[in-house]
Design a protein around this ligand. Structure first.
Ligand SMILES: Cc1cc2nc3c(=O)[nH]c(=O)nc-3n(C[C@H](O)[C@H](O)[C@H](O)COP(=O)(O)O)c2cc1C
Length: 231
């Protein structure tokens, strides 16, 4: 009898762990992988008509504790900054195509940097850093926070240096385009999202080991709306 207990207990624990790691579509999601998270290709033939998504676009601050599926995680990142053409250009425009703004994903398992070329999340820091992503309490428990970070070092060495105010404007506009793409994707998928300026900037910069040339601009919290709880 004693010998039976261990395998039964181990099986139960394994089932619980597997349950925790499965998305609503039954796929493993958001594993804390030190080698990164390979994202799924976006499904390009779905979604509501654009006019309907524009009509539904709104900021929501009430999130259920349901995790995002790997499909949603992948498509949110692709909507924000994915490669959508053979020449490597992105879903969001960029001044002189300098691609000033990087997208960091903060999930329960860690901080990741989106690599659009590989369509992959690269590990930055392991552990739950959602408290660094913002001051509002919903930020700390929502499944995904995107942090939009400008890298002004990408503008060095230009023949004619842009003015500081232009650099800031270009970066903020690029971040805004990306965030709006995510808002529209979320509207189409029935996900809740809110763009945010309030970020624990020093704490996030330290956790993500940002360089002095990198500046945190903007953020966005995403998840299932609270009404979906239990679905
Ligand atoms: C630049 C910017 C910063 C914002 N910062 C925050 C924020 O820190 N926290 C928040 O809850 N909402 C924030 N919002 C969302 C606005 O409050 C929201 O867009 C506004 O109330 C209009 O609502 P709507 O998005 O549903 O149309 C921000 C929006 C923008 C454009």
């Amino acid at each position: 009898m004693k010998r039976m207990l261990f395998p039964a207990g181990a099986a139960a624990i394994a089932a619980i762990i597997m349950g925790l790691c499965m998305g609503e579509e039954g796929k493993p999601q958001n594993e804390a992988k030190s080698e990164g998270i390979a994202l799924d290709k976006p499904q390009l033939d779905k979604g509501m008509p654009l006019m309907q998504a524009l009509k539904n676009r709104k900021s929501s601050r009430q999130f259920s504790d349901q995790k995002l599926s790997k499909t949603h995680l992948s498509e949110i990142l692709w909507a924000a900054d994915g490669v959508n053409r053979d020449d490597g250009k992105r879903t969001a425009p960029s001044a002189m195509n300098k691609r000033l703004v990087d997208v960091y994903a903060v999930i329960e398992e860690g901080i990741y940097l989106y690599d659009p070329g590989k369509h992959q999340l690269m590990p930055v820091a392991q552990g739950d850093f959602r408290k660094t992503a913002g001051t509002q309490p919903f930020v700390h428990s929502a499944p995904l926070n995107l942090i939009y970070v400008a890298d002004y070092d990408r503008l060095t060495g230009m023949p004619r240096q842009p003015e500081e105010s232009d650099k800031a404007a270009w970066a903020c506009l690029e971040a805004g385009h990306k965030a709006q793409n995510v808002y529209l994707y979320c509207a189409s998928e029935g996900l809740a999202a809110v763009a945010r300026a309030y970020i624990e900037k020093d704490k996030f910069a330290s956790a993500a080991k940002l360089r002095p040339g990198q500046k945190i601009l903007y953020s966005q919290t995403i998840g299932h709306p609270a009404a979906d709880k239990g679905k």
